[in-house]
Design a binder for this molecule. Structure first.
Ligand SMILES: [Zn+2]
Length: 700
């Protein structure tokens, strides 16, 4: 009897499978019970009960931790990690049974009306669960959750998608002409037409199906372009190469919409899935969890800098002075442009911590007659930033729009250079090369408000109303202006104020918005010629040879690690530093005020002063901002205001922070003395023009 012989093992097999499924479902119940999932299900049902009873599907989402699940039941954990669709079916079945057994909702008639979304929170830390966004080929593996990290370079607006729809048989006599027998639910990788379209047929009688449009359930979706973080290198300082990075489209649905911001780094757990869009098959990722991500930074201060730090404890000004003096000695000889180098270093240590929205930006504008050298210096510095992006005058600085290719042609917002530089530095280059309208946009739109506003015309992008979005701008801008460039404005010699610099090619409103303005000049004259020439010639004759033995101890790598370490320091204001900053601000506002125009010292300058003082204490590897740090901040600020508005009652030399060449220890001592004298001068200035400032602080 061959038939019996065959059927026996099959029935045996089936019972085994049934038993398996039953025990897996038991594990699901026990997991949901332990993690509060059942309670959540009951509450979700309560909130759904108040809605209209005509919905096709009801969505229940659960956070799932694979580690906990594996501990509870290894087989179930394995299914969640490797067969997401099967896992979803198991959870759906358990939810449906619970809803029916506990009579939680009358609106749910069939299991297919339960739309379960499992959100895997993290994955085991093994390579097979990690997807590198720069590895190819990709997308050939099975559909399962993977972890990936990347940078958001573009995102669409939030639009609608169909979570689920109900279809009815067109044959009146068929069982499926009513009820919930044909329900379609969105699955990872499915396009809108896979969920809803015409042309489906009834499984019972093969008559065409018609959608019951009243029951359609809509959800929110947003598309995000994610790219490997290394792609930033291409935008920074590296020479143009044939390297290309390909972004990945990420689908954020429902509660994940707006969880990401343009220009930031994230760690994503999601299911990669091929998307069939005739005639092509694209590849995208359905996100299930999104977390802000900071690459690990275990930077230590190198031995060279440690030794320097130990030998410079005599004064709180010395360490940062030597650090600034020998900075970028590969590009510019030590002793040249030291104030600018200090300004760039302060900006570099200030640029970090994107999560802190209140962070003050430290923009630097260099005035020079030699834009080539300053450009090289800034380019060198850009490579040491937490993130450095170089903007080209022809490229997009803020944001551009395109029609989204995946969905209904909604607006896709692409990050420009400034948004890509979030948490770092955006190098603008020579402002004289910019067109007037770009400069105006730079000044009005971004430098002042620190936000990019994006206007989306509704008509063009398939929406009823126009929309205005505002994206926060969190980067430091570096730029230079050529003081030798011919002025476009007619010069009015009688109104020129003592100490100001005319940069006619750049509008004064733009100049005003840069916090720190530094003039690059030599101590002897206006031009840095001789040391620079010698430097260039020696580099040409002996390429690769160390030019300056003493300062070549510090390599670019030393600086890179040192700055990364300093950036991470947490600093605190001392009462003395606060008193000095506040006093100077009050006195300076009073001295530089005008009956008609008000004060030329902006309210923002107090933030700039605090940022400068904090950055200087970080650069000096201190946790507390000392009065000495405040002195440096005040001098840099006063020099900068003088270049913009002329001298005030606080008369200080043009390069107040570096009054002499720092070639030996004696020079450092002389500088300390000069700074101490300036310190006293500032105190007298505060005492004379804002005597109440000190007591105001103590009251506070
Ligand atoms: Zn039918």
């Amino acid at each position: 009897m061959p038939v019996r012989a065959v059927t026996r093992p099959i029935t045996g097999c089936l019972t085994l499978i049934m038993e398996d499924i039953l025990s897996l479902k038991e594990a699901v119940v026990s997991y949901l019970d332990r993690t509060g999932g059942l309670q959540q299900l009951i509450e979700d049902c309560k909130s759904f009960k108040e809605l209209l009873p005509s919905d096709a599907v009801y969505r229940f989402s659960f956070l799932v931790s694979p580690t906990d699940l594996i501990e509870l039941d290894a087989r179930l954990g394995d299914i969640v990690l490797h067969e997401p669709l099967k896992a979803r079916a198991l959870f759906r079945s358990v939810c449906f049974l619970s809803i029916k057994t506990l009579s939680l909702m009358d609106q749910i008639h069939t299991e297919s009306q339960v739309n379960v979304v499992l959100k895997v929170t993290h994955l085991p830390p093994f390579p097979s669960y990690h997807l590198s966004l720069c590895e190819f080929p990709r997308g050939y593996g099975p559909m399962r959750p993977m972890a990936m990290e990347g940078l958001v370079i573009a995102m669409t607006r939030v639009t609608k998608y169909t979570q689920g729809a109900r279809f009815l048989c067109s044959n009146e006599h068929c069982l499926c002409a009513e009820g919930f027998h044909h329900v379609r639910v969105h699955a990872p990788g499915a396009t809108e037409t896979a969920t809803v379209r015409s042309g489906f047929t009834c499984l019972l009688c093969s008559s065409p199906l018609k959608e019951d449009v009243k029951s359609r359930v809509l959800g929110d979706k947003q598309l995000v372009e994610l790219i490997h973080a290394d792609a930033l290198d291409v935008l920074g300082v590296h020479p143009p190469s044939s390297l290309r990075y390909q972004s990945v489209t990420l689908f954020l649905r429902d509660e994940l919409c707006n969880a990401m911001r343009i220009g930031r780094l994230y760690r994503v757990v999601g299911i990669p899935a091929p998307v069939h869009q005739w005639p092509a098959v694209t590849w995208s990722v359905e996100a299930s969890s999104v977390q802000p991500w900071t690459p690990e930074n275990s930077c230590q201060v190198s031995r060279n800098f440690q030794a320097l730090f130990a030998s410079m404890t005599a004064s709180p000004w010395r360490f940062s002075a030597v650090v600034a003096n020998s900075f970028a000695s590969q590009v510019v000889p030590p002793g040249v442009y030291t104030t600018l180098k200090l300004g760039l270093l302060l900006s570099l240590v200030q640029s970090a911590d994107v999560e802190q929205d209140a962070r003050t930006c430290l923009d630097v504008l260099a005035l020079t007659t030699d834009t080539l050298i300053v450009d090289r210096l800034m380019t060198y510095g850009l490579a040491l930033a937490a993130r450095g992006v170089r903007h080209h005058p022809t490229g997009e600085l803020f944001a551009s729009l395109s029609k989204d290719e995946h969905a209904v042609g909604t607006a896709n917002i692409h990050a420009g250079a400034a948004l890509l530089a979030t948490g770092g530095v955006c190098l603008l280059g020579d402002l004289s090369l910019y067109k007037r309208d770009k400069l105006d946009a730079l000044q009005s739109g971004s430098l002042e408000s620190r936000a990019v506003s994006v206007f989306i015309p509704g008509k063009k992008y398939g929406d009823d109303a126009d929309q205005q979005l505002s994206l926060p701008l969190q980067c430091n801008f570096w730029a230079m202006a050529d003081t030798a460039a011919p002025s476009k404005k007619p010069t009015k010699t009688d109104t020129v104020t003592l100490g100001t610099v005319d940069i006619g090619s750049v509008p004064s409103q733009v100049v005003e918005t840069f916090g720190l303005m530094i003039q690059c000049r030599d101590r002897g004259g206006d031009q840095v010629s001789l040391p620079m020439t010698v430097h260039t010639l020696r580099r040409a004759i002996q390429p690769g040879e160390p030019l300056y033995p003493a300062c070549m101890q510090f390599t670019t790598q030393d600086y890179k690690e040192f700055l990364a370490f300093a950036r991470g320091l947490q600093v605190e204001m001392s009462p003395e530093a606060e008193k000095m900053i506040h006093g100077y601000y009050m006195a300076s506002r009073r001295v530089r005020s005008d009956a008609t125009q008000g004060s030329s010292v902006s309210v923002a300058s107090i933030k700039l002063l605090i940022a400068l003082a904090e950055a200087h204490s970080k650069l000096s590897l201190r946790n507390q901002v000392l009065e000495e740090d405040a002195v440096i901040a005040v001098l840099l600020c006063e020099n900068s205001i003088t270049l913009k508005h002329g001298v005030s009652a606080l008369v200080i030399p043009p390069d107040a922070v570096f009054p002499c060449d720092l070639h030996d220890l004696e020079a450092l001592r002389q500088r300390d003395e000069a700074l101490e004298a300036l310190h006293q001068q500032i105190l007298q200035f505060v005492f004379a023009y804002a005597p109440g400032a000190a007591s105001y602080i103590t009251e506070e």
